[in-house]
Design a protein around this ligand. Structure first.
Ligand code: J2J
Length: 539
């Protein structure tokens, strides 16, 4: 068993097994089972049109798993994976599971600050990267990571490996491998974060397999499903809700888009007759407009899943007329709980809510600031526990004491209201985080980086309203001296510190002092109101 994570209490785990939520099978079996049943069906297609059958994908994963074992990567070893939407991700993901190792999934946009932290926290033995991606050389990043975290013995590279190991050369003839314990951790996901450093989310074979299986059922996935991966493959939404894993589970076809641009995605939808895909609201908005100029046949598309941040009712209503497909709103979290509007929900619920819990075993509470349940229909913080929601972050006991109730409910930090139908409407947020069109930015993490700047005496990061992104990031600064760093200088400073580009402040405001609450904390609500008012005044 991996140490440092919080399992479900025995009695609860027993119940989830007895009631059939947990099937006691390793996560990688979903590929093996399909390969045995439908070996010749197309499992995976990449942007260049390369195709792999289920049998081929399964065999590649076996060979890579054997090669990983030969390198000394095996049971319980953590491997940081940072690969873009390519077949290399899919093969490595299954290979790591088969080797008994635990993939630690990061986004291609992450940089030194994030990767060093997760490599350190997870005690990673290896780090898998592309050679270059999006004009960035990941091998240079790997050098910095190895320097900071010497425990990272291997750097595995898709493409030109420089001094490191090429992923393609890792492969070896398949060997029999021990079967992992399905109640153990299968994968570590990254949380959006509300603290100084990103947290890791342990997901077990049992819980993640259920996440995938139940999602596929709710979303009506079957062997005719052709799923386009638009968001990063490592994102919980695109990976497992139902995502690429859900598609492989039911014998459909996964198509990989290198980017979410209408140019790339629409061409792939037309070429591969894609039936379903998942996007964040800013991409949905972009696509709704792009149908005006991007000539492509989207008639195969049956379902557009939208989640990650709140989709407005107005764009929600435009999905069917513009794209010719149904909309599904998804209010999910890498921590677990998934809410989906259902395929047979009336249009007003699909357009006006963020869905209802996926599982009959999901327990939810809506509480006020004192932790008391609000009256039915009232707005409060969403707490949840269930068969696929974590009981604690990985190696984070202090944080866990705050993020969970004593009886194991996860405090989501989301303010919601529940309709009589059981559907949830997201009304806001109690957590100190900016949701920039689905990308999550921890205010505290960014403030800590800003405080390292010599000209900055104090920093407070707040969200500011934005028509396409929902929110953008505004950094309020109190200066040490007279001269304020410009936004560009700050961006360069933060980039130098290895902060991912999506976390850079969109706007910088200087204040003489910060407004304070009655208990002396920085009044971020007031700062939020100030920047919103200023934006309105600027028109
Ligand atoms: C409002 N806020 C939302 C929505 C997520 C599917 C879909 C999304 C994620 C995800 C995911 C929202 N409306 N529809 O993992 O599998 C905000 C909430 C939530 C946080 C989780 C999936 N959908 N959110 O976004 O781990 O604040 O997962 O708690 O990145 O995103 O962020 P994350």
């Amino acid at each position: 068993m991996l140490d440092g994570w919080v399992p479900w209490p025995d009695a609860v785990a027993e119940r989830y097994r007895a009631e059939g939520f947990w099937e006691g099978r390793p996560l990688d079996r979903l590929l093996r089972d399909r390969a045995e049943r439908d070996p010749e069906r197309t499992a995976l297609v990449d942007a260049q049109g390369a195709r792999w059958t289920y049998a081929e994908l399964d065999a590649r994963a076996d060979r890579r798993a054997a090669g990983l074992r030969r390198l000394g990567i095996g049971a319980g070893d953590r491997v940081v994976v940072q690969l873009p939407n390519t077949d290399a991700f899919v093969v490595l993901f299954f290979a790591l599971l088969r080797a008994g190792a635990v993939p630690v999934l990061t986004l291609p946009a992450h940089r030194e600050s994030e990767i060093v932290h997760v490599a350190e926290t997870s005690g990673a033995k290896a780090y898998a990267i592309p050679d270059t991606h999006d004009h960035f050389d990941h091998r240079a990043l790997a050098r910095a990571v190895r320097k900071a975290v010497p425990g990272v013995e291997h750097v595995l590279v898709a493409g030109d490996p420089a001094e490191f190991t090429a992923l393609d050369e890792v492969d070896a003839d398949p060997v029999p491998l021990p079967v992992p314990d399905p109640s153990d951790v299968a994968v570590l996901l990254m949380s959006g974060g509300t603290t100084g450093k990103p947290k890791l989310i342990p997901r077990t074979h049992d819980d993640y397999a259920y996440n995938v299986r139940a999602s596929a059922e709710v979303c009506g996935f079957d062997s005719s499903t052709v799923y386009l991966v638009v968001l990063p493959t490592a994102h919980n939404f695109a990976l497992a809700c139902p995502g690429l894993l859900g598609t492989l589970l039911v014998g459909g076809t996964v198509v990989l888009s290198p980017t979410p641009s209408p140019e790339d995605a629409f061409a792939l939808i037309e070429r591969e007759r894609v039936t379903v895909t998942a996007v964040v609201p800013p991409i949905a908005l972009l696509w709704l407009d792009a149908v005006e100029w991007e000539e492509a046949d989207l008639s195969s598309l049956r379902l557009l899943q939208v989640g990650g941040s709140k989709l407005g009712a107005e764009p929600a209503a435009r999905v069917r007329p513009a794209l010719g497909c149904a909309l599904q709103q998804v209010f999910g979290m890498a921590e677990g709980l998934l809410n989906y509007t259902r395929l047979d929900d009336p249009p007003e619920l699909v357009a006006g809510t963020q869905g209802r819990p996926m599982s009959p075993a999901d327990e939810i509470r809506v509480v006020d600031e004192d932790g008391h349940d609000v009256p039915p229909g009232g707005t409060g913080e969403l707490l949840t526990r269930g068969p696929y929601t974590l009981r604690g972050y990985y190696r984070a006991p202090e944080h866990n004491a705050r993020s969970f109730t004593e009886d194991g409910f996860y405090r989501t930090g989301d303010l919601v209201r529940v309709l009589p139908s059981g559907h949830l409407v997201v009304e806001g947020r109690a957590k100190d985080q900016i949701n920039r069109g689905g990308d999550k930015i921890s205010a505290e993490e960014l403030e800590n980086h800003l405080l390292a700047h010599p000209a900055v005496h104090d920093a407070a990061v707040v969200g500011m309203p934005d028509a396409t992104m929902g929110e953008r990031t505004c950094a309020y600064l109190v200066l040490r001296g007279e001269t304020a760093p410009t936004q560009r200088e700050l961006a360069a400073f933060l980039t130098e510190r290895g902060v991912a580009a999506y976390k850079l402040p969109d706007r910088v405001e200087v204040a003489d002092a910060f407004p304070r609450t009655s208990v002396g904390k920085i009044d971020k609500k007031e700062l939020g109101r100030r920047i919103a008012a200023r934006l309105r005044a600027e028109g």
